[in-house]
Ligand binder design. Structure first.
Ligand SMILES: [Ca+2]
Ligand SMILES: [Ca+2]
Ligand SMILES: [Ca+2]
Ligand SMILES: [Zn+2]
Length: 355
């Protein structure tokens, strides 16, 4: 999340041995009825700062009472479960955890944030949600799939306040420093965004600008998947749309609103620092402007997102901003026509990205 996206394979080999591997349900345990792929869960409505607008919420050492019950939705469906009673399904496998693994013979996963299982449930719900969102745009049907595979997820493997996507093995890992990272859907889906890029273009991120695009897309995907889910479920959105990780960032930001980064800064290529999270805000502002521009053209946010993700299939692993912008404009031209292509070109040009 805040540190480099990949860690060394040697480090993975060591940490991979830590913690129980949840390969099967508890011995002799009852399982849900065969074929029962849907369950019920309690999750945050993206994150409790975004849904409440209360910027004064704090972690309070993972206290159950730090977040009011009103900021949970205890009626959401968990879909695509494999029927084992574990948080394993078609698009997500909560593979291991340092705490007690969530298990329910009735696929009922109601926990509060102090429970180890809550982050596991959040990870299952939100990663499934992100893949379902991509599929709802046509990825995997009218368009090539975008990471339509079971994603291994490890929760709380690190005590530090960091989360990672690793390529070998292909996996997401969520830390627990400050606010547990997996308590914020925008953190969960940010990391999933890296996995989407890897699935679209193996090895993506081999230049500083490609790495920055990766961070930008993660922030953008986290926000757009969250806004789409809020719309689906009728959840309030009481913080600024372009604010990423409102809840996780309460642990390490002092200014209000709490945002790890935003999609609406005025950074241009003239402001590049060489750090991918910082420089990603140049690219993510262009994505945000494309999104809003598509709304202005009455094409809508879903069409913008489809074009943004579709274009990424044509990014080289070590792409430059310019080459990736050119691919995005060409995709907009082909999918959405000249007005859209002009808008996309203008959004990149405003950031100093030309070709
Ligand atoms: Ca927690
Ligand atoms: Ca955290
Ligand atoms: Ca947010
Ligand atoms: Zn990242």
């Amino acid at each position: 999340m805040t540190r480099p996206r990949t860690i060394g394979i040697a480090a993975i080999a060591v940490f991979g041995l830590v913690g129980p591997v949840l390969a099967a349900s508890p011995a002799g345990a009852t399982k849900p009825a065969p074929g029962t792929s849907t369950g019920t869960a309690s999750v945050f409505k993206v994150n409790p700062v975004q849904s409440s607008g209360d910027e004064s919420l704090t972690d309070q050492n993972d206290s159950a009472t730090a977040v009011p019950a009103s900021e949970y939705d205890a009626t959401v469906q968990l879909r695509n479960l494999d029927g084992s009673g574990m948080l394993v399904g078609k698009w997500v496998r909560v593979e291991s955890a340092t705490g007690t693994p969530a298990y329910s013979p009735t696929n009922t996963f109601i926990y509060n944030r102090h429970d180890d299982q809550f982050e596991q449930v959040m990870a299952y719900f939100w990663i499934n949600q992100a893949q379902e969102y991509l599929q709802s745009l046509g990825f995997g049907s009218t368009l090539p799939p975008a990471n339509a595979q079971q994603m291994d997820v490890k929760i709380d493997q690190f005590g530090g306040d960091n989360s990672y996507e690793t390529d070998k093995p292909f996996r997401l890992r969520f830390g627990k420093g400050g606010v547990d990272d997996a308590e914020d859907a925008e953190v969960l889906v940010h990391e999933y965004g890296h996995a989407v890029h890897q699935a679209q273009v193996p090895g993506f991120g081999q230049s500083e600008e490609a790495g920055s695009i990766g961070e930008a897309f993660g922030d953008y995907l986290g926000i757009t998947v969250g806004l789409d889910a809020a719309n689906q479920h009728g959840w309030p959105v009481k913080t600024d749309g372009p604010c990423a990780m409102d809840w996780d960032s309460t642990s390490y930001t002092v200014t209000v609103p709490h945002c790890i980064r935003r999609l609406d800064t005025n950074l241009t290529v003239a402001d590049k620092s060489g750090e991918v999270h910082h420089d990603g805000m140049i690219w993510s502002r262009a994505l945000w402007d494309i999104r809003n521009g598509y709304v202005g053209l009455k094409l809508g946010t879903r069409r913008a997102d489809t074009t943004i993700v579709d274009a990424q299939f044509r990014f080289a692993p070590g792409t430059s901003f310019s080459a990736a912008a050119a691919a995005t404009v060409a995709t907009a031209q082909a999918r959405d026509g000249s007005k859209a292509a002009d808008l996309v070109r203008g959004a990149f040009a405003a950031r100093g990205i030309t070709f």
